[in-house]
Design a protein around this ligand. Structure first.
Ligand code: IPM
Ligand code: MG
Length: 356
């Protein structure tokens, strides 16, 4: 029996997580025994307990075998002091649980080739993996702050930093992932300007010596942003730091037609993970049965694969999603003439029905 922490969060989080929970419960019929325990996180937890990551929620996340996470954040929390903001819950979970390896696959389902803003021939068959380091970089580097500046005004400052050990462990995950796929790893940095990136490039290159079967290349992040639009299929696995990975993974999501389709896994050294859609809480459509639950359902599939070691169940969920798309069901984000528009709940029900 695996224990799963269910953290729905804010905005569309609760409704999309509810669909993934339906799918996980339905897998019980296929012999997947899961204990699902829900806890508040983000703005919802701040409202309930005055803390976006209450100790009880953190304890549950620590005790669980895996975490299914929705989304956090809403405009009404933006004026709170930083430690109370919903996003801190996610950043603290990542840091405290050591979830340093963030896998963000971007694949184009054949049914959705026309949903991308790029020409079909540029994206059809796309299958890339962005591997983002998740617990270091300018996101967590100290010192940081807002202070009095020499000119009498104020200045804001953050610190970009990576240790060799941090770079080495994410590089290994990148090479190992590439080995299981197309054996090509592109490391993205800004080594022409940043010291952090120069060290990044040296360490990734050194780790690469142990993987002669994987072709390693390096690319500056500005060029990578351009190449992702020009010819995304040139990539197999991209490994990069926290900040560049945040930006490039949102960009890559649009190659697939909708950010509502992309799942992610954030893993620690032992494969325990937090699974979440890469999109945010979308407060503008929250509670309207409009959100696309597929990124969350596909995140649950990644959870089955990476943390619960159940490839069969993961493949079953992914096949169900493909079946539903092939039948022409689409949420509002992907609706086009000739397809059938459904709500969040109906999409979840359709995936459950397609599980067989
Ligand atoms: C993401 C999000 C988060 C990040 C925010 C919500 C803190 O954009 O997971 O990509 O910047 O990492
Ligand atoms: Mg982001």
């Amino acid at each position: 029996m695996h224990k799963i922490a269910i953290l729905p969060g804010d905005g569309i989080g609760p409704e999309i997580v509810a669909q993934a929970v339906k799918v996980l419960r339905a897998l019980g019929r296929h012999g997947v025994a899961l204990e699902l325990v829900e806890a508040p996180v983000g703005g919802a937890a701040y409202d309930a307990a005055g803390d976006p990551l209450p100790a009880t929620t953190l304890d549950l996340a620590r005790a669980a075998d895996a975490i299914l996470f929705g989304s956090v954040g809403a405009p009404r929390y933006d004026a709170l002091p930083r430690p109370k903001r919903p996003e801190q819950a996610l950043l603290r979970l990542r840091k405290e649980l050591g979830l340093f390896a963030n896998l963000r696959p971007a694949t184009v389902h054949p049914e959705l080739v026309n949903a991308s803003t790029l020409r079909p021939e540029v994206v059809s068959g796309l299958d890339i993996l962005i591997l983002r380091e998740l617990t270091g970089d300018i996101y967590f580097g100290q010192p940081r702050g807002i202070r009095a500046a020499a000119d009498g005004g104020r200045e804001g400052f953050d610190t970009m930093r990576y240790t060799e050990a941090e770079i080495e462990r994410i590089a290994r995950v990148g090479f190992d992932a590439a080995r299981k796929r197309g054996r090509r790893l592109c490391s993205v940095d800004k080594a022409n300007v940043l010291e952090t990136s120069q060290l990044w490039r040296e360490v990734v290159t050194a780790v690469g010596a142990g993987y002669p079967d994987v072709a390693l290349s390096h690319m500056y992040v500005d060029n990578a942003a351009m190449q992702l639009l020009r010819d995304p299929k040139q990539f197999d696995v991209i490994v990069t730091g926290n900040m560049f990975g945040d930006i490039l993974s949102d960009e890559a999501s649009m190659l697939t037609g909708s950010i509502g389709m992309l799942p992610s896994a954030s893993l620690d050294e032992r494969g325990k993970g937090l699974y979440e859609p890469i999109h945010g809480s979308a407060p503008d459509i929250a509670g309207k049965n409009l959100a696309n639950p597929l990124a969350t359902i596909l995140s649950a599939a990644m959870m089955l694969r990476y943390s619960l070691d159940n490839e069969a169940a993961a493949a079953r969920v992914e096949a169900a999603v493909r079946k539903v798309l092939a039948r022409g069901l689409r949420t509002a984000d992907l609706h086009e003439p000739g397809t059938e528009r459904v709500g969040t709940g109906e999409m979840g029900d359709a995936v459950v029905a397609a599980l067989g």
